[in-house]
Design a protein around this ligand. Structure first.
Ligand code: GAF
Length: 377
């Protein structure tokens, strides 16, 4: 179907088909841009890009999920931001940074289609960037690896799209491993993959709360973390620990102190979570994910009431046999549970009975598996 669309629109066959997954973060939130630890998995939702080369240095894109909208630009001269076509700026930004990195490339016809729920905190944009980079990499045999692709995607977001994100989403979309979660040290980019055992299921529930102000609040959190690091005399909050926080408390505003405390404790929890999952210590998994959620709610202030309620509902079913917390940048979006497989139906039933009745929002449940990244296949 997708293949015939390509031929119909571009009058040539695609030469490459690339797919990159979205992601769910099990723990380690807002720690990536503080050079800390994150623990995501790539998931069975993603973006597909079909591509074929052109010889005129033009780029034509058709986005099937945006009603077949088209966008075109040229690779000669400065690539501009398109105020009227938000989605096209991901392509523009990625190809701009790609050319700065590897040199000029030829033109492209591109067809894009994906099924990552947008605005839900499951990294639809990173999956788009990485699928695009994988497609362009394969069309022109550029020889990029997953880390190089992730850096280009992150730079495109930071410098072109205007989101000061860290590297987690792009890196897991590129380098995820089937059946595994990845502990990533965002300072060294060292990866450690650990299996998610079959007796637990990754259950993602979309609160369907619209994520208002997400970019401005996200960038503000980053500024607050950087201000706190500066006052504590460290290059990043990764360098801070509980002692330094207490000693430096009086130099920080109350908000800066709580933001920094979230990062310091979240890094500790994330490293512990890796061992807890390896050892199948679900009692500890439960505690760590609970503490992470409370820290996001009270110290980092990125949760909203319906999301807190959803987390509490799931917690009331799985107790200490699994873990549950909000996932992603925050201000709405999804929660993630590592749920004993035998309790998945109970979780669905309790949430269906109570969530919408209390909040007015209708939830959506995604039963997920951990998948390979675009560059690890
Ligand atoms: C968003 C960002 F893109 C990531 O880099 C990360 O900071 C995350 O929010 C929060 O952990 O997905």
């Amino acid at each position: 179907m997708l293949f015939s669309h390509f031929e119909k629109y571009f009058h040539q066959r695609h030469s490459v088909s690339a797919f990159a997954p979205g992601r769910v973060n099990l723990i380690g939130e807002h720690t990536d841009y503080n050079q800390g630890f994150v623990f995501p998995a790539a998931i069975n939702f993603g973006t597909q890009v079909l591509a074929a080369p052109r010889t005129d240095r033009h780029v034509n894109i058709i986005a099937l999920d945006f009603g077949g909208e088209r966008n075109s630009f040229t690779l000669t001269g400065e690539i501009g931001f398109d105020e009227n076509s938000t989605w096209s700026n991901y392509v523009r930004g990625v190809l701009k940074v790609l050319q700065e990195t590897v040199g000029p490339i030829e033109g492209l016809d591109l067809l894009v289609s994906g099924n990552v729920p947008r605005g839900a905190g499951l990294s639809s944009s990173a999956s788009f960037e990485i699928a695009l980079l994988k497609a362009v990499n394969d069309v022109f045999s550029l020889g990029l690896n997953g880390v190089e692709a992730a850096r280009i995607g992150q730079r495109a977001e930071n410098e072109f799209v205007g989101c000061s994100c860290g590297i987690m989403d792009q890196l897991i979309s590129a380098n995820g491993r089937k059946g595994h979660a990845m502990l990533l040290d965002c300072r060294t980019l060292e990866e450690a993959h650990t299996p998610i055992s079959a007796d637990h299921q990754i259950v993602i529930i979309n609160s369907n709360v619209e994520r208002g102000l997400v970019d401005s609040e996200y960038n503000l959190r980053r500024q607050q973390c950087e201000a706190a690091a500066l006052k504590l005399g460290v290059a990043s909050l990764r360098e801070a620990d509980n002692d330094l926080l207490q000693k430096g408390k009086t130099s920080l505003t109350d908000k800066e102190f709580r933001r920094a405390r979230h990062i310091v404790t979240e890094n500790q929890r994330t490293v512990q979570m890796y061992s807890a999952l390896r050892e199948k210590n679900y009692d500890l998994v439960s505690t760590l994910m609970r503490e992470s959620h409370l820290s996001m709610r009270d110290d980092f202030e990125i949760t909203v009431e319906p999301v807190d309620y959803l987390v509490d509902l799931v917690h009331s079913v799985i107790g200490n046999t699994g873990g549950v917390r909000m996932t992603g940048g925050g201000f709405g979006g999804c929660i993630v549970a590592l749920c004993p497989t035998v309790l998945v139906d109970d979780v669905k039933r309790v949430v269906a009975d109570k969530y919408q009745a209390k909040t007015g929002f209708e939830e959506k449940v995604y039963i997920c598996t951990a998948e390979d990244g675009a560059f690890s296949r």
